[in-house]
Each structure stands twice: as structure tokens, then as C-alpha cells.
Design a binder for this molecule. Structure first.
Ligand code: SF4
Length: 334
């Protein structure tokens, strides 16, 4: 049976990841949400910072929104961290500051889908349920040579049924072993079949076409937008405003999309393209020096220490910072 080989391999090859050291629901949840769009190695420093600042559901439930967004800066998809706070509040109000212990109950919490619920329930609470993420879909589509489009619900359902039928104790190790196999061996391109513990029973290996699976229908091309941002600067301070609560980067700090009234000097910035999952921004930036300073102007140190600027705006922020410093130098030398 492939499960035995897989578990043996996992014991010898699992990465020693900080959130796996203790079987604890909060750490598992935070790591799973962070890892949804970020490589494990890249998310580790964020994970450690987050756990230090918010060590449990109670502290997260009381977090200031701006602090929370600041600590998440760099991970993107800010709705995830907003949902985490909502989830923490619900756990404090309904479950005495703990997570419920079953996949079914976990699925009812904000921001927790089938996969994350399965991961928490099986790893922290040893519930015998599946946790099917992209890695597991890839492993199973190859292992059982499934040639249907895995973006279709029907294919995902079929794979989940196969995973459910394969579940083995200890469930915590088994689910993590499947994820780890997908992350380290049965990788998207050039799977390392020679080093694979379940190669003997793998149908795609037998067919010799593992590289062509899983089948994924072509995505629709991204929508292209061409926004122009006006970066209002007064002396060494930059104007920032919160974006609308709807649409891209909702509720986060950004630059203006309107020209200020009395512009003393304008400087064009190097254009920058930012890629979101469904949209591409081909951005233009113009620094506008103004005399009058209204509210909502921030010094560079305030921006670095307290304000979270989404990565889409970081290149313009860096260029603006450089311009401000050069201008100050020029003015001092006059
Ligand atoms: Fe994936 Fe190759 Fe292992 Fe099959 S043998 S599960 S294709 S790594």
C-alpha cells in the first residue's frame, strides 16, 4: 500500500517547520492562511513576526486594523488578514477563545474553507478528514492518471473522494505527508519521480506522462488597466489616502488619482506594472510638489514605521523618497 511508503518517507524527509513543531491549531491556521499565496520559505519571517505580535486568538481579536494590515504588508491579499480577525472575534465570542475541533464547525468560520478546516482538524485535533490543496490535487491527479481539467468542480470532487478513501492513521502525518510530497517531490514541473516513495504504484509514472498532468484549462487573460497616480508632496511629507472599501486594495492606503490644485513642480516617475490575480495595472506616477499641506500628509519615517503601503505602490514610494532626498540636498547646497 502506498500509504505505508509515504509515511515512512515523510518521517525521514519532512522539513522541520516551526509551525509543525507543536500540534497547535492557532499556529497551523496562521501558517495555512499565509501559505495560500506565498512560498513557505518566504512566509516564515512573516509567520514569526505575526505570532510574536498576536500569540493567540484573543490578542488577534483585539488587534487594531491598521496594525494588522501593517504586519501583513508584503503578503498581499489583505482580505485574508481581515477575515482572520473576524474569525478570531467569533472564536472568542462563541468558543471561549479556542477553535472548534471539527472540520464541519471550522468551515463555518470566516475565511476558513474546506482545505484549511481539514488541515486544522486533522493536524491539531487528529480528526480523520482530508485536507486537499493544490499539492494534493497534483499528486492524486498523477497517481491515478486523472486527465480531466482539475479546475472543474466535478474533477476536484472526484479527487477529494479518492483522497477520502485513502485516509490513514496517523491522520496528521498522512495529510502532511501528501502536502510535503507535492511540495518537495511531485512538484509542478519536472517531478522527481526517481526519488518518489510511491512511484511503484503511480499510474502517470507508468504511462511516462507525469509532466503533462494535472490538466488545467487555460485561464482568461488578465484585464489591463492604466491608472495614473499623483503623488502629492509637501516638503518631506507625502499625501496618502485610504482607498475605497470596494475594488482592488480596498480600504488600504494609496496615492491620489487626481491632480492637486496648485502644483509648484512636477516629476514623472519610471512607469511600473503590477500584476494582481485577475488584473494588470500599467501604472504611471507623477510627483507633484505642493505648498499647502492639508491633513493626511505623512513623513517618510511615519510611513515606514506605522503605515502599510501595498506592494503595488512601493516602487513609486521608493522613487518619490529618492526625489525628496535629492531635492533637500540641492536646497541645502544653495
Ligand atoms: Fe508524482 Fe512521479 Fe511520484 Fe507519480 S512517481 S507521484 S508523478 S513524483
Amino acid at each position: 500500500m502506498f500509504q505505508e511508503e509515504l509515511l515512512r518517507w515523510y518521517k525521514q524527509n519532512a522539513r522541520k517547520l516551526v509551525f509543525r513543531q507543536k500540534k497547535e491549531a492557532y499556529s497551523i491556521w496562521v501558517s495555512e492562511i499565509m501559505a495560500q499565496q506565498t512560498r513557505i520559505e518566504a512566509m516564515l519571517p512573516y509567520f514569526e513576526r505575526f505570532i510574536e505580535r498576536y500569540p493567540n486568538l484573543k490578542s488577534l481579536a483585539q488587534a487594531e486594523d491598521d496594525d494588522l494590515v501593517k504586519i501583513w504588508q508584503g503578503l498581499g491579499y489583505y482580505n485574508r488578514v481581515r477575515n482572520m480577525k473576524r474569525c478570531a472575534i467569533q472564536c472568542v465570542e462563541q468558543f471561549q477563545g479556542q477553535f472548534p475541533k471539527t472540520k464541519k464547525e471550522l468551515c463555518k468560520l470566516p475565511g476558513i474553507g474546506e482545505y484549511t478546516a481539514g488541515a486544522i482538524a486533522s493536524i491539531a485535533f487528529d480528526e480523520k478528514v482530508s485536507a486537499v490543496d493544490g499539492n494534493v490535487i497534483r499528486v492524486f491527479s498523477r497517481f491515478y492518471h486523472i486527465t480531466d481539467d482539475v479546475s472543474q468542480m466535478s474533477t476536484k470532487k472526484k479527487i477529494t473522494e479518492l483522497v477520502n478513501a485513502s485516509l490513514t492513521e496517523p491522520i496528521s502525518d498522512y495529510n502532511q505527508a501528501l502536502m510535503e510530497l507535492g511540495a518537495l517531490v511531485c512538484i509542478p514541473k519536472n517531478p522527481r519521480c526517481a526519488a518518489c516513495p510511491i512511484q511503484k504504484e503511480c499510474q502517470s509514472y507508468a504511462y511516462g506522462d507525469a509532466d503533462s498532468l494535472p490538466v488545467l484549462a487555460k485561464k482568461k487573460p488578465r484585464r489591463v488597466e492604466n491608472p495614473t497616480f499623483y503623488i502629492w508632496v509637501c516638503q518631506d511629507k507625502i499625501h496618502l489616502k485610504k482607498r475605497s472599501q470596494k475594488g482592488l486594495l480596498a480600504g488600504l492606503f494609496g496615492f491620489d488619482e487626481t491632480l492637486p490644485e496648485a502644483v509648484e513642480e512636477k516629476r514623472s516617475l519610471e512607469p511600473y506594472t503590477h500584476i494582481f490575480s485577475h488584473v494588470e495595472w500599467h501604472m504611471k506616477g507623477i510627483v507633484c510638489f505642493v505648498k499647502e499641506k492639508s491633513e493626511d500628509f505623512y513623513s517618510l519615517s511615519q510611513i515606514h514605521d506605522k503605515v502599510s503601503i501595498p506592494s503595488a505602490f512601493q516602487p513609486f514610494l521608493k522613487q518619490t523618497e529618492k526625489i525628496i532626498k535629492e531635492r533637500e540636498k540641492c536646497q541645502k547646497s544653495l
